[in-house]
Every structure is written in C-alpha cells, then in structure tokens.
Ligand binder design. Structure first.
Ligand SMILES: [Ca+2]
Ligand SMILES: [Ca+2]
Length: 462
C-alpha cells in the first residue's frame, strides 16, 4: 500500500491483515509530495493492523512492514501515529518499521519474533512508547529499537527475551557521520535522545549498545539521557557478558536512576549508584508472560529526576507522585494493565479500538456502496468512507497484491479515496500526485535506489 500525493494527510489504515508477503516492496509506505518542497504525508494513522509472516529476509533492502517517509524527507514532519498494531514474524527486512521523517509517534504496538528492529533511520523527534518487543521461542536475531538522529524519545517500552545481536541488540544508539540538519544517506548524529522508563528482561547480553559505528561514525552519541530503566536478566541466555556496551565514547550522556541486574553478566561500565543501581528489581512474571513489579520490588518509587513525558506507564495508567523505575508503575489498586496484543485484538474481525471509532456495520457498507456509485458518476471511481466528504487530495493507492484487502478500506473512519492499481483507465482525480503502484523501469530503479542508498545492507546476525 502506497500513501502518497500532494497535500496527502489524514489517511487511516486500520483493521487489516497483511500476511505472507515474500517479494520486495513494503507492506505500507507513506511518502508525500516532492514539489515545491519535500513534504511527507501528514497526520496519518496506522492502527489495529495485523502483520504476520512477512519474509523471509530479502537479499535487498525494501521488505519492511511500514516505512514512513524516505531519507530526503527526513526534516519533514509527519505527525503520523502508528499504534496498536501486531507484528509477528516480520522478517523481510532489517527494519521492521523504518522511520525516515520527523515528529511521528509509534505506540502500543506489539512485536513478536520479528527478525529486525524498529529503526528511527532518518528524521528527528520521533517517539516510541508503550510497545512490547518480544521473542517467545528463542528465535535468533529478534531485535528492538535502533536510534539515529535528534530528539527521539524511547519511553515506557518492554523488551522481553530478545536475541538480536550486532545491529539488533535490544537498544542501539548509533554513532553519526553527519550532523543533524543536512541530508545524508548515511547516519545523522544522535543528540538529545531520551531513553527513559523502559524495562528489558532476559535479553541476550549487551542490552544497551552505545556508539555503534557503520560508516565513518566520527560523531558520538551526544547530550542524551538514559534514565529510570530496568535492565535485568534472571537466566544466562547468551554468551555476551555486559549489559551496557560502549562502542565509542559518548559526549554528555547522562545516566540517572537506572536499575540493572543480571545473574551471569556484568554491567560493563563504572557508574555511581545514582546513575545505575546493581540490585535485583524482583520482577514477577504475570499471566501474560510480562515481568512486572511486585510488592517487594526495590524499583517501586525509585525513579529519579523529573520526566513529564512519562506521566503514564506501559499500561497507560497514570503514575503516582513517586514514579517507579522501569516501564510498569506498581499500582496495587489497578484492575489490570495493558497486555501484549494478540490476533484477537487486531485485524479485520477485531473489536473497536480504545477510541471507539471502529466502523464496519452493515449500514456503513451500504453507505460505502452508495458513495462508490456517486464517486463513479463524478469520474472518481473508488471505495470511500461512509458519511464523510471526499476531499480530492486524499489518496490511498492499493497494490494489486493487496487488492484483496481493499474491501476493509471501505470501512475507514477517515475520508480516504482508494484506487485499485489494476484498473489503469480510471480518470484521475484532480491534484493527486501519482505513483504507479507497480513500479517499472526508471521509477522502479529510483524507488529501489531510495531503499538501497539509505543504508548499507545489514545481515541479520551481524
Ligand atoms: Ca510509585
Ligand atoms: Ca502498571
């Protein structure tokens, strides 16, 4: 699915199943306009989708589940939200999600056994929060989050049992080749990153990998904060032996209020107790497999400093006046937190989201058909949302491979015009920036070039 075009905004892609994609091409790509200036599509929402069995890893880059923007759009603000999606065995690319523009929010997504990472590859000020990154069955190469650029926030996430190494350690902060602000196909310097209130449990060693170099890498991680995280391993799960690995020396990296403990690994740095306390946080595994705080945990009320971005916890619950270390706030009166998403929570048959905006009743279908006819009369054939005006500039191009998912598009709660790529004779709506969904010739080379020039190829286990 390709979301694109001049003035593209307010598109929603929700409650779909993306499954079994093996050939090159992302499941969802969001781009935008190139003239008069590069502008990524804005205020889009990708939610409650189920992505599964994407892959195996392709020899070329470009089989991501989602790519937001592309490298030359890095400075453009997307304000897009990717939330409440389930990713299972999405192995097609080193980047399960590739973010290449600015000011997006990725939250409450669950990643299970995905051989790759969520990568903030280009762009600034993106937030990754309240996500579960899980490896359930010891599958190799299952990664977490890799950070490049300025002002990113990684908060309230849970990383459980991850097995990725090299570029796929649970959290990787890359060294840069280029200062933020100018285009590069390589790596922008990490600055002003906030890594706060995350919980890492039973991952293979080197949970935090700082200053990894891929390229010249002369610009170190700078002016960033790693605060109030829990890193704990109760079982020896790998051969690596430190929790924090410095590949190069950071510049003004502040450590505060972290709790780390491992049965068989060492910390890997010297730090005062106020920065990292080596103590067992005494987490207890709950029924959903997530390790959470319990009554006796020394992490309760132990957070230091003030982080207004973390007013809630992984469960979405408001933290009390003395926040706990890690992603979970221990609230004895709570009647249950958020759990890792399951197939029942997402996809075509899933119930409404938290916002109660799910549609899909028969009356909506009837309305959608009516609008479809009306649109055809206007020369704008396609499926549209029920009960909304249809602005010309909002477009979703549906790749033929995904055409069978076109019907759920009729159920979007945002005004979206959908065009099936296999019907090329449709008259084109005004003001639509076109991009053939089947890429051929020059365009295909150009498209692949975007993918390939953006990063060096990575192999899964390096
Ligand atoms: Ca507390
Ligand atoms: Ca909680």
């Amino acid at each position: 699915m390709f979301i694109d075009g001049d003035g593209s905004r307010l598109n929603r892609v929700d409650h779909n199943l993306f499954e079994g994609k093996r050939e090159l091409g992302n499941c969802i790509t969001i781009e935008g306009s190139e003239e008069p200036e590069l502008q990524v599509s804005q205020h889009d929402r990708i939610d409650h989708n189920h992505f599964r069995n994407i892959g195996p890893r392709h020899e070329e880059n470009g089989l991501e589940t989602i790519r937001l923007g592309w490298s030359r759009m890095f400075a453009s603000s997307g304000f897009t939200t990717v939330e409440e999606n389930l990713f299972e065995h999405c192995d097609g690319d080193a980047e399960v999600i590739s973010v290449k523009c600015s000011d997006n929010r990725l939250r409450r997504n669950t990643f299970i056994d995905c051989q790759g990472s969520l990568v903030l590859r280009h762009g600034n000020r993106n937030t990754v929060e309240e996500c579960f990154f899980l490896c359930n069955n010891g599958k190799r190469g299952v990664g977490g989050v890799r950070v490049i650029g300025e002002g990113h926030k990684i908060i309230n996430n849970y990383f459980g049992g991850l097995t990725g190494t090299g570029f796929y350690w649970p959290l990787v902060l890359m060294n840069g080749d280029t200062e933020p602000g100018t285009y590069t196909a390589s790596y922008h310097q990490v600055r002003q990153a906030l890594i706060a209130h995350n919980t890492f449990v039973n991952c293979i060693g080197n949970t935090l990998d700082i200053g990894k170099i891929n390229g010249t890498g002369q610009l170190p991680v700078k002016d960033s904060v790693i605060a109030n995280n829990i890193v704990v391993g109760y079982t020896p799960v790998g051969s690596e032996d430190v929790l924090v690995m410095f590949r190069s020396e950071p510049e003004n990296l502040v450590w505060q209020g972290n709790i780390m403990y491992h049965a068989s690994a060492e910390l890997g740095m010297t730090a005062p107790e106020s920065a990292v306390r080596w103590v067992d946080p005494k987490l207890v595994r709950s029924a959903d497999g997530v390790w959470r705080l319990a009554e006796a945990s020394p992490a309760i009320d132990a957070a230091e400093g003030s982080y207004p971005d973390v007013a809630r916890d992984l469960d979405g619950e408001v933290r009390d006046e003395r926040p706990d270390t890690g992603a979970d706030e221990y609230l004895p009166a709570s009647n249950g937190g958020r759990h890792p998403l399951t197939p029942a929570d997402v996809g075509v048959d899933a119930p409404e989201g938290d916002d109660g905006k799910r549609v899909g009743h028969r009356s909506d279908l009837r309305e959608a058909r009516r609008l479809r006819v009306r649109l055809a009369q206007r020369g704008q054939s396609g499926l549209v949302d029920a009960g909304h005006p249809v602005p010309d500039e909002l477009v979703v191009l549906v790749h033929p491979e995904l055409a069978r998912f076109a019907q759920p598009l009729a159920l979007l709660d945002r005004p979206v015009l959908s065009r099936i790529a296999s019907r090329p004779k449709l008259r084109q709506p005004r003001r639509i920036g076109q991009r053939p969904p089947i890429l051929g010739g020059r365009r295909r080379r150009q498209h692949q070039g975007r993918q390939n020039h953006d990063r060096p190829a990575l192999t899964c286990h390096e």
